[in-house]
Design a protein around this ligand. Structure first.
Ligand code: AMP
Length: 282
């Protein structure tokens, strides 16, 4: 695996690869890698000659400064894991490399309704920060294929919208399934920050999703949402939201017709740690 720390070197190297006809699959991450991340590398390897991954803990997407300060960093282990997974290139930029002096931090992306719901509502500014970094990374890496995890369901829709806004529709987006621990907890870098006691409670999020999957019937959704919230309360969570939405566009639903493809989305805190998860039901 080749490691690049500067944009200039990476762009030059990738240009040469493109001229040789090599296709590029890109997996952006914030590091503290786990098998979920590596499953995206594996998917990228299947359909591209070259796989580029990036590790950058993006300060502009953290609405909570404490969360940024405490974000886990395990660079040496990450490099080892990427190498074992057969990743070809790792881009490991500094903040100045991603946001140089002449970078316009004033640009905003018109995400419309997507930014007013769920994590858009509960984490003000978060998706603008995501768009800022992904826009910059796409300009640098210029991939043919982009690999994202379904774990961050709303983020996938935001990035698809970003690609439209910046007119880069030739980049094909691939959404890969959520990898889970044996007890159902969605793998996440933030899981490393859970205490042993919190870790034992954490699968309640998955159980709440399964509860909705197993009990949802057509009609009003208020009661099932309330019951799932109570499950999380009992397990010691403080819930930001449990919502049921149209799986294609995230329109929030109060009623279900029994046919529409829907997604259940949860965000909840266990003490300081905020976990998110979702499940698509069809
Ligand atoms: P992050 O490092 O959290 O920014 O995540 C980088 C990429 O990995 C994003 O596209 C995530 O959606 C994806 N990802 C994170 N957790 C998982 C998981 N458990 N399964 C599959 N993909 C994941």
């Amino acid at each position: 695996m080749i490691l690049f720390k500067t944009t200039t070197d990476l762009v030059k190297w990738l240009d040469a690869q493109r001229q040789k006809g090599n296709t590029i699959g890109f997996v952006p991450t914030m590091g503290a890698l786990h098998p979920g991340h590596l499953s995206l590398i594996e998917a990228a390897k299947k359909s591209n000659q070259l796989v580029v991954s990036s590790i950058f803990v993006n300060p502009t997407q953290f609405n909570n400064p404490k969360d940024f300060e405490k974000y886990p960093i395990t660079i040496e282990k990450d490099i080892e894991l990427l190498e074992q997974a057969g990743c070809d290139v790792l881009f490991l930029p500094s903040v100045d490399e991603i946001y140089p002096g002449n970078f316009s931090k004033n640009r905003t992306y018109d995400l419309g309704f997507l930014e007013t719901i769920l994590d858009g509502k509960f984490r003000p500014g978060h998706f603008q920060g995501v768009c800022m970094v992904v826009h910059r990374l796409l300009d640098i890496v210029n991939p043919d294929n982009l690999y994202l995890g379904q774990k961050d369901y709303q983020q996938c829709l935001v990035i698809k919208k970003l690609i439209e806004i910046i007119g880069r529709q030739t980049i094909k987006v691939h959404i890969c399934p959520t990898l889970r621990e044996a007890d159902g907890l969605a793998m996440s870098s933030r899981n490393m920050r859970l205490t042993e006691k919190e870790r034992a409670k954490a699968p309640a999020i998955y159980h709440a999703l399964l509860f909705i999957k197993d009990n949802i019937v057509k009609g009003n959704l208020a009661i099932i949402r309330k019951e799932a919230t109570e499950m999380l309360d009992k397990a010691g969570f403080k819930t930001d939201y449990i919502e049921i939405a149209d799986a294609n566009n995230l329109t929030l639903l109060n009623e279900w017709d029994g046919h529409q493809k829907i997604v259940v989305l949860v965000a909840a805190f266990l003490n300081e740690i905020r976990l998110i998860d979702n499940m698509v039901l069809s």
